[in-house]
Design a protein around this ligand. Sequence first.
Ligand code: FAD
Length: 364
Amino acid sequence: MSTAPTPAPAPASPQAGGRASMKKELPERFRNHRHVWVVVELERGEVHPVSWELLGEGRKLADRLGVELAGVVMGPPTEATRRAAGEAFCYGADLVYLAEHPVLAQYRTEAYARALTDICESYKPEILLLGATTLGRDLAGAVATTLLTGLTADCTELAVDQDGSLAATRPTFGGSLLCTIYTLNFRPQMATVRPRVFALPPRVEKPVGRIVLHTVQFAEEDIVTKVLDFVPDALTAKSQLAYADVVVAGGMGLQQQENFQLVKQLAATLGAEYGGSRPLVQKGWIPADRQIGQTGKTIRPRVYIAAGISGAIQHRVGVEGADLIVAINTDPNAPIYDFAHVGIVADAVQILPALTRAFTRRLS
Ligand code: FAD
């Protein structure tokens, strides 16, 4: 693996084509690796939407390379697994590798890593993308290890450079640099991307596509870990921050923990989700799963209202996909005004209740 750090005070496009060629002859055993693959994350019958976001981005990479885009669907032999395979075509896949077996009913690292490793060794992808979810991060790390290849985690941009290599860009050194990472001499080139970093592509009805059935070569007795029960985490189940249409967030400009209620009240009035900047999590004002930014959630709402948030780069990378950003900040030179669409230079502690009153009147 090779890294090429690039100074980046603000997010920038990866310098595809901007580096001197580092490519050596690809070892013989990797020369027949082709095509871009996306793992369709299926858990208890539900597909994680990051899978469709990655198929949208994978389509661009595959078109640039002139190769096919494949989805990989692994799960139990159920209607939901088949439906997930069919949906992959609607989000741009040319074909789907489908592994159905009761041993894949519940996610377990060993079973899924074995199945995905087998599929990769059988059909040899050039690029393999997974969501940077809890499941995707676990599976990607395990499979990169079994395949002895390179993995770039939590990418913010993906591109194909002049050599046809995957240029995987991610923040480094605490977000002060963006680093473009290449896996030049191993295949597949693996990357994970967090939910909402890429936009959801439009769903296009496409009832037929090629399905390659892959036979799982192991049985339940071969897997050491057993799932005895599944207990949903009430906190995680409640927060829909990443996929909310409207998000209201607060930062240190709120000055006191009690003032965060003003954020929650406006969010409740708008039917929105609430979140905050990292220092609020560190101070215990909000739970960690409400943090927005590079080390929290990436969001893409239609409207984002940021109250008392400076707009540091680590926060900015998590919110700049929002359609409309409204910033409330007393400092007219705050960095958030560099990327907000609407700025209110005022005290958030006064403006938030005024907005809540105004929307309550308007919406009642
Ligand atoms: P401050 O920087 O203290 O800004 C407060 C703002 O409020 C100021 O702009 C001020 O002008 C304004 N203000 C003050 N009083 C008022 C008022 N009465 N009304 C309105 N405005 C007012 N941060 C994140 O948010 N998310 C991340 O995921 C994240 N990840 C990080 C990862 C790393 C490795 C590192 C090093 C940092 C990370 N950070 C992250 C922290 C980030 O660098 C900033 O420190 C943080 O975002 C600042 O939070 P803030 O804007 O709430 O606070």
